[in-house]
Design a binder for this molecule. Structure first.
Ligand SMILES: Nc1ncnc2c1ncn2[C@@H]1O[C@H](COP(=O)(O)OP(=O)(O)O)[C@@H](O)[C@H]1O
Ligand SMILES: CCCC(=O)OP(=O)(O)O
Length: 355
């Protein structure tokens, strides 16, 4: 029996799971309040905070760190790479430490997994990091030759949910056209064409719907004026897109449950903003259905926000069901996808890829 520790740092939460072979024995979701994360200047500064939470969880559950056969973390911002499970190596760690390809909480997955695995003398892995790139060249064209659209999204959960959905439909993933809508701290809406994510919004860099903590696509001219207004530093402007944007900017919270509570108690501003968010998600589903020539077999809603059954799930279903049947996978299963990725390597069913 192989015992696997799964570490999944997201922008609004840290998820930890313990697997014995393919069986989940424990899982904990720790939600992070905006104010709790405010005190850290960079994502790398959160390293000890997030690592200590994981060690505390193991202590509380009476689990010996030395009992693990391998540790796998959510993979972060690296160069664009194919889908798969990768053994963590020094180059990867160096790039993540220095945020060579940008800052996101998923960068901490490999860093923490590697330190803990080295401590107990086992191997550490990542699987399907956020930079998995299967985009068609057509989708990379941005509108100005200096810029290229990039594939940065919830590849791990999008792939896992796409496979679960295909199984549910009794079909092969490689025969289907699917739209997968991941709605977490970041939101990504991917067009899966016969097993390949041929187009997706860049969930990190100001592209797509706004999110609990990101601005999504903004009106460009207004944004340029703001950049040159002299009122904000570059760092503040970057934060406005990622970290302090979206629901945080409008309503001061990244917690959709809190927003729903406010709407139910009669807060009309919260209602306008939240319904505006749903409106943007619907528009991006429409865009991706166009990418798939309006030949879509199914749509899946997933990520933490897909638990929101009061407004979000019913409104999206009402507006897009005519495109294809909508299935809901609340939360998704990134932890299972990570554990199974590590297990295939431990069982020697697959070799780990080298970064
Ligand atoms: N039961 C729930 N009902 C409504 N919203 C939820 C629920 N659980 C989580 N969320 C919302 O989902 C978002 C976080 O999703 P998640 O996929 O965990 O994100 P991340 O991995 O980026 O931290 C937050 O806005 C959170 O408030
Ligand atoms: C970098 C894209 C993935 C992403 O946005 O993850 P979170 O929703 O966990 O922030």
């Amino acid at each position: 029996m192989f015992k696997i520790l799964v570490i999944n740092p997201g922008s609004t939460s840290t998820k930890i799971a313990v697997y014995e072979d393919e069986n989940q024995r424990l899982k904990k979701i720790i939600d992070h309040d905006v104010n709790e994360l405010k005190k850290f200047k960079t994502v790398a500064d959160q390293y000890e905070f997030r690592k200590n939470m994981i060690l505390q969880f193991l202590k509380e559950e009476g689990i010996n760190l030395y009992s693990f056969s391998a540790i796998i973390g959510r993979g972060g911002l690296l160069r664009p790479i194919p889908s798969g499970t990768y053994e963590i190596n020094d180059q990867m760690l160096e790039e993540l430490k220095n945020a060579k390809y940008g800052e996101h909480e998923s960068n901490l997955g490999a860093l923490i997994a590697s330190e803990l695995a080295e401590h107990i003398g086992v191997k550490a892995y990542i699987a399907d990091p956020v930079v998995v790139d299967e985009m068609e060249d057509l989708a990379r064209v941005s509108g100005y030759p200096l810029f290229q659209r990039k594939s940065i999204f919830h590849a791990l959960n999008q792939k896992a949910v796409a496979r679960s959905l295909s199984e549910k439909l009794g079909r092969n993933y490689y025969d289907l056209n699917l739209i997968i809508v991941h709605m977490g701290g970041g939101i990504s809406i991917g067009a899966h064409k016969k097993g390949r994510v041929v187009d997706v919004n860049n969930a990190l860099d100001g592209d797509g719907p706004f999110t609990p903590e990101r601005s999504g696509t903004l009106p460009l001219v207004g944004f340029i004026e703001l950049c040159y207004s002299g009122k904000y530093s570059e760092k503040e402007i970057r934060k406005l897109i990622k970290g302090n944007g979206g629901l945080i900017a409008y309503l001061g919270t990244n917690d959709v449950r809190e927003v729903v509570k406010r709407i139910k108690s009669g807060d009309k501003n919260a209602e306008l903003v939240y319904f505006g968010l749903i409106h943007q998600i619907v528009k991006w589903i429409g865009k991706m259905s166009a990418v798939l020539n309006f030949d879509v077999n199914a749509i899946a809603l997933t990520g933490g926000m897909a638990y929101e059954n009061e407004f979000l799930v019913p409104q999206i279903k009402e507006k897009v069901s005519f495109i294809a049947p909508v299935y809901v996978f609340p939360g998704g299963d990134e932890e299972k996808a990570l554990a199974l990725g590590a297990l295939r390597i431990l069982k020697k069913e697959e070799s780990a890829k080298t970064y």
